[in-house]
Design a protein around this ligand. Sequence first.
Ligand code: OGA
Ligand code: NI
Length: 347
Amino acid sequence: MATYDRKSEIKAFDDTKAGVKGLVDAGVTEIPRFFHRLPDANDGPDPTSVTHPEIPVIDLQDTAGRERVVELVRRASETFGFFQVLNHGVPQAVMDEMLEGVRRFNEQDLNVKMRYYTRDQSKTVLFNCNFDLYESPVANWRDTLFCAMAPEPAAKPEDLPEACREIIMEYTRQIQRLGHLLFELLSEGLGLDAQYLNDLECGKGLAHLSHYYPPCPEPELALGTSKHADPDFLTILLQDTIGGLQVLHQNQWIDVPPISGAFVVNIGDLLQSVEHRVQTSKIGPRVSVACFFTTHFYPLERRYGPIKKLLSETNLPKYKDITVREYVTLYNSKGLNGKSSLDNFRL
Ligand code: OGA
Ligand code: NI
């Protein structure tokens, strides 16, 4: 029997530069073996048989006032590390057009789209299927357009794909404003000055990961995104109406249901680790845009570590001081292998 040459299969697939969408367009009914997911200890019992806690939905214009909003954000961050926000000030038309732009990019002529297909991490705009295709144990049913938007040197308008150029510029402005507000609320929730996290430049870097999850002919065999925590301070995610995003909470996978007009906010590894994943579906494509607040590969020397003001004899530091670059280098070298990156920096 011929041995399965995983590496060559992956390479041949990568060389098509057509991603998962290329497989679907070619009419595959069985997914290639390198997409087959690994067993997950937290998958049983049947999720419909147990009652689940729900991810909080927070109205940022809550009439009870700012203190109430801070308290809700604090509680949700502590309990789940995930929440959804409404009344965030980003116009619905901008949200809709962002999803539409990502869809246009992915569904345009393959010859145009392929020009962006690369694994060259020095680029500010790159399109590929799985950033960790060669590193992770399993491939995910997902194609992604990555755009580094801040700080400089970031993608310039002319570097962005025409299919979504204008909306990405507008969306970035909106998300930076919302991110600034969320870092204020989180700072206040921690009992710090409102500008504490913004002054630490947590909101300085922004990268967009625009995902396209084509319908999957064998959804039980593959994941859209494997279990992971985000390599950033904070993520603001926009998802369409398909669903599939789940958070690992007390060893149970719980759904983050699509809510019209809402953003999903989650705390990243550099503030607090929360694991999540995306399931596949026969229905689709599913489109989502994850905006990562991180300075990523920019060689900023600033070191991040436990906030001194919050430490005490009973609240000892758990992690070393690290630069964002040290963290991201480790994260990318291992890919989404189900293991925590942050654990490598424990004291
Ligand atoms: C991510 C992520 C979720 C989604 O990009 O890190 O978790 O719904 N995305 O696409
Ligand atoms: Ni994520």
